[in-house]
Design a protein around this ligand. Sequence first.
Ligand code: TXA
Ligand code: MG
Length: 331
Amino acid sequence: MGDRNQGKLTTQVLSDHIAAAKIIQRGGVVAFPTETVFGLGADATNPTAVARIFSAKGRPGDNPLIVHIADAGQLPSVAMDITDSALALLDAFSPGPLTVVLPKHANICAEATGGLESVGVRIPKHPLAAAFLQATELPIAAPSANLSGRPSPTTWQAVVEDLEGRIDAVLRGEPTQIGLESTVVDCTTDSPTLLRTGAISLSQLQQVVPSTRASVDNGSRSGTEHLRRSPGTRHPHYQPTAEVDLVDRVSTVPSAAPDAAYIGFAPLPDGNWMWHEVFDSLEDFARGYYEALREADRRHARRIVVELARGDSPIVDALRDRQRRSAGHQP
Ligand code: TXA
Ligand code: MG
């Protein structure tokens, strides 16, 4: 190790999930792929290991982490008072892009949940994630594996771009399939409350538990109540360095400038864009959105014009939510 690296970690890129699991068991932090985005994992029962996640990301300590388990059999060791609605939602959507918030089991350290008495639990479907979690034999606290505030990583290279030298290892995998973070549902009360939209939409949740309600912007719940339940939503999220301008339809697109990038649906609006990415479907847009924001930054775009998602797909609300937040709008 040269002088320049003294006191710094070297981040290993691993293909072996068993080696990655061993690092976790020794109190290390390892990024791993899931079907939504890459996560940054550590032993959820170990306060020192969990503290390293927060410092690697520069994440505010009051923003709770999601605890990942390999299968539903581990649920009683991470959460308590598991409600019927939580069981119904898990049965319908797990393993998959769903996080249920439940009363926390004492096994999970207070640092992992930002001091909350509740814990978000997720069982990912991604085969490599499942094998890695299984091999650790531990519950794994994992936020998205980006520097706090930046777009979530959907490739292992994006993890390295943000966290090289700050984490022990990244478990290499293909680009993630969904590209947006899981749907988070508070199941600590009888009627579940949607805290963050994702690939599973509100109406899909309501098909399983009809009393599920939206907590954001529907007038039925105050902003303060939402913040108390989901402290993470108060912090800036998903933002590139370039300024993001949202446009509703192609006819309102401002004229292209040499320092502006464009991200939207095909076809590309007229003009001389410095760089562009156009998608054919909402699913492709969701899958590619964060990487497109990062690519515009790599090319030093000053401004990114983003076409707001519209159309008929369960993912549309989640994509619009992330687009708004990447432009700095509050939920
Ligand atoms: O798809 C995902 O959810 C990814 C992968 C790695 O699983 N993880 C992820 O984690 O997006 P993160 O930390 O970036 O976002 C977690 C969200 C935050 O908005 C946080 O506030 C909320 O979940 N959350 C976690 N635990 C909670 C709890 N006990 N109560 C309320 N909200 C919680
Ligand atoms: Mg995140």
